[in-house]
Design a protein around this ligand. Sequence first.
Ligand code: NAD
Length: 374
Amino acid sequence: MAAEDFPMKLSRRDFSRLGAMAAFAGVLPKVESQNADSEPAARKLRWCIVGLGRISMDHFMPAVELSKTGKLTALVSGHREKAEKQAAQYNVPSPSIYSYDNYDEIRQNKEIDAVYIALPNSMHAEYTIRAAKAGKHVLCEKPMATSVADCKAMIEACRKAHVKLMIAYRCQYNPLHLKAIELIRSGALGQVQAIESAFGFNIKAGEWRLNKKLAGGGPLMDVGIYSLNASRYLTGEEPGDIKANSSIIDHDGRFDEVEENDSWTMEFPSGIVASCNTTYGANGANYFKVHGSKGTMQMDPAFNYDGMHLTAQLDGQTIDEPEAEQDPRDFTRQADYFADCVWSNREPKTDGEEGLRDTMLMSQIYQSAGLRGL
Ligand code: NAD
């Protein structure tokens, strides 16, 4: 991601404007998709939710309800009863509940503009490609996929179908993360020398996240990706040299298929070195720290759904900014941003190429640690 991709002075008012822009969608260019022939004026982006797990039900679906630009119109689930309950809650008509088997029938449903894919990681590629073939825009959860080849196939399928593909890197739409980027770009920190970041938790046995086939890998794929992605958007550079180690310390059956810990360093072209850790064996770490010639900045917690906290000690300035808005605002912002991309026919900041870059880097991290790449 190039530095210029980031809006340098994005205020809360700018975010409100994003919503307003979507409301004026009628004056913006039409999107080349199956739905382009229906009238976009004053229309909401109509979402089909694929996978009714924690992130969908606890975060994204309530966030769409709060959004001025979105509306839930369809659900895809393997559990009909659960889907019926959610459908009743969100006024989704019964015929718009699909299973994974008849998912391709969303093509015929003119009440769906976009899908939100919140399935186990290795299923992202198949359900993105099937959505693209059905003419629907795609917002896909991170990590984009479990192989570089799958990422490339997703990008190609969406390109061919003229539908948008965005990866749900919610932190890149969070005002405090944008402020952290702005502080670096404005020179307030001076020359950045180093970044530290960590994110992890103590995982329970029985999670699909511990199944290599579904998860693709361990904590790096799930939460380490936040530190990786943050190191890239904070520096605005792409890393060159990568050195990594992986380990399994707890031989209690949880880590028979994936690693428990990953630690890695990335050297960026300017000389900045990022040191990152991720774990499935310990709770607590959730931060980034940036060391510059004029001061230090940290976000702790950095990657939570809410309660993020930015502090900085700079030459002549102290910053102490807890997050003002609470979840599900981050998810609402993300949904609104995607709606704007669809209606104004522009590429999302966190497009498929962004997801592909992280996947290639995670593959390099695994290879450096002596594991199989992605
Ligand atoms: P979850 O286990 O709560 O939900 C997964 C959903 O997939 C469930 O509805 C489950 O029924 C369905 N599913 C279909 N086939 C399955 C199979 N073979 N095995 C297991 N589940 C199957 O998971 P989640 O925490 O909601 O994560 C879903 C995706 O969202 C993951 O890719 C994860 O990385 C991502 N995620 C993103 C964030 C974020 O903040 N952006 C946070 C959490 C999770």
